[in-house]
Design a protein around this ligand. Structure first.
Ligand SMILES: Cc1cc2nc3c(=O)[nH]c(=O)nc-3n(C[C@H](O)[C@H](O)[C@H](O)COP(=O)(O)OP(=O)(O)OC[C@H]3O[C@@H](n4cnc5c(N)ncnc54)[C@H](O)[C@@H]3O)c2cc1C
Length: 501
């Protein structure tokens, strides 16, 4: 526990006793993080002259078997958290060193929550990654998998560091878990990738917040025309699923509570438009959907039914040629397979995700598993592809960690060693329900197992309270739970933070 270690170190610093006689010093020494020795490290990294790239070679008999996890999202992090590090060394390869608590990401765009409140560093999720000599986190993208030789090919992420070119390396695995998620779908709509902002990562939320605050400030400066002011302050959200609706709700709250008070000069110019091709919140109960439409409209969100056909730098064009100028454009129309998943030459599930069986295995290759948004049941399993949800990804990660721990204990941790072992019960998914906030202290809670099923569905303030309590308990660590609670309280008392840092 860091607080205990800090406490011990602090008391040791203030202690006047000699180091050898101080019991506090002795305790402090025990809690100081043990770094791997240089020889231990060198043993793991090989640069064979005949190999093009450096990397981690296959594990040796006296080392623990190695689980390589691609991705640090809901699925990968849950697996990393639960994997038994006495049995396995864990290597996580991901272009980000933290997990994002996505259900609360929309709240960071308008300053209800701070960015760090929704980001959990990998080293805190699984401390062995920063301590154990054979466990690592590599800031890199996996660029390919050599299934025959049990190796992944990676390229470092050096974005923003102009003096450093990215380099390639390889990591050998005993077990490989692909948890690389999905990517935002734009359905090939012209200009969407270039001009819209997606809402999937913390840096997207930062970009939206900066743009929103910049536009608010510029529209107050003399010399701007009324038409330009209206455009700059028009926030357009494309996609009426839970993410698009939650973001629109957060924005309208921000406008009503904060912009009206602190940007009073421009309050009549700022508007939110939500564009959806079909029904908004189509997976929710009809009654809840109608309630959401009523509440959003009351909050000033303009709902437009339409199909976007073209995205330009300052406007979107719908299929009926309606033009909608915008200052901030947020795109949230669902997800599809990433370029990395598309590049893997293995059988795919309907929709292009990595095909898996009931044990999360990729059946065509040995020792490879896939979990979360990047995976889907193969057609021959007779099971449907599960929705791209955190609750699916997290439970798949939990299930697979248990399965790998079981295999490791049964002597099947090494490459090709689990062929004859019993994999136990298959993964079973039971939907726990859906929730979405719609602003103004209101939310929807739909506890039905499926759209046709029966079950409790609620809307209003009580649902909002359930939504907040549920997510507060689901936030990964006590540290972030504390941050979230404090951010909510600060926003309630003092309003949102509107500084453009
Ligand atoms: C704004 C928002 C709100 C949401 N709200 C909810 C909600 O309320 N409830 C709910 O159930 N679901 C929600 N979701 C969906 C949920 O977040 C996803 O289903 C979930 O994140 C999927 O987890 P995952 O681990 O499969 O993928 P992700 O969480 O997307 O993680 C994928 C990881 O793989 C990494 N990666 C990508 N490519 C590579 C590569 N080539 N090599 C190595 N690593 C790679 C990524 O950097 C990332 O770390 C929301 C999603 C968003 C965006």
């Amino acid at each position: 526990m860091p607080w205990f270690r800090n406490f011990i170190q602090l008391s040791a610093t203030f202690s006047k006793q000699s180091p050898s006689s101080s019991p506090r010093r002795a305790a402090a020494a025990i809690f100081v993080t043990r770094s791997p020795s240089l020889t231990q490290l060198l043993r793991h990294f090989s640069t064979h002259p005949q190999e093009k790239y450096p990397g981690l070679g296959p594990t040796k008999g006296d080392e623990k078997p190695r689980v390589v996890v691609l991705g640090s999202g809901w699925a990968g992090c849950r697996l990393i958290k639960d994997i038994d590090t006495k049995i396995y060394d864990v290597v996580c390869v991901s272009p980000r060193n933290h997990m994002v608590f996505t259900p609360l990401l929309a709240s960071t765009c308008v300053g209800t929550l701070e960015f760090r409140s929704v980001a959990e560093p990998i080293g805190r999720i699984q401390p062995a990654i920063s301590r154990e000599p054979g466990s690592y986190f590599f800031l890199a993208n996996c660029t390919g998998v050599d299934f025959q030789n049990h190796q992944v090919h990676c390229q470092t992420v050096t974005e923003g560091v102009e003096t450093l070119d990215p380099w390639n390396f390889k990591v050998a695995y005993d077990k490989l878990v692909i948890a690389s998620g999905a990517q935002a779908s734009t359905f090939g709509i012209k200009g969407a990738n270039e001009h819209a902002t997606f809402l999937r990562e913390v840096h997207h939320a930062q970009e939206i917040r900066r743009k929103l605050l910049l536009n608010l400030m510029l529209s107050d400066v003399p010399g701007i025309t009324d038409e330009e002011k209206r455009r700059l302050l028009h926030c357009v959200v494309v996609g009426g699923g839970p993410t698009g609706v939650e973001f629109s709700g957060e924005l309208s709250d921000f406008i009503q509570k904060d912009v009206h008070q602190r940007y009073a000069h421009v309050k009549d110019y700022i508007h939110v438009t939500l564009v959806e091709a079909n029904e908004i919140l189509s997976s929710f109960d009809d009654r809840l959907r109608k309630y959401a439409i009523k509440q959003l409209t009351k909050s000033g969100v303009r709902l437009v039914r339409g199909i976007v056909k073209d995205v330009q730098a300052e406007k979107i064009i719908l299929s009926d040629d309606t033009e909608i100028p915008y200052g901030v454009l947020v795109w949230s129309t669902g997800v599809g397979p990433s370029a990395f998943v598309n590049s893997l030459e293995i059988p795919k599930a309907p929709g292009g995700r990595i095909g898996i069986d009931e044990w999360q295995r990729v059946p065509s290759v040995q020792d490879v598993f896939a979990i979360g948004d990047c995976s889907g049941f193969l057609e021959n399993t007779g099971r449907p592809v599960l929705p791209a949800l955190a609750q699916v990804a997290e439970r798949q990660g939990k299930y697979l960690a248990k399965l790998l721990n079981h295999l490791g204990k049964a002597g099947g941790g090494r490459a090709d060693a689990a062929k004859e072992l019993d994999f136990g019960s298959p993964f079973v998914y039971r939907h726990l329900g859906s929730m979405a906030t719609i602003g103004r202290y209101k939310a929807l809670v739909d506890l039905r197992q499926s759209k046709e099923g029966k079950g409790l569905s609620l809307a209003g303030f009580v649902s909002w309270f359930i939504w907040r309590s549920a997510y507060l308990t689901r936030v990964v660590s006590w540290r972030n739970r504390f941050y979230v609670a404090i951010n909510w309280l600060t926003t309630f008392v003092f309003g949102r933070d509107i500084s453009r840092i």
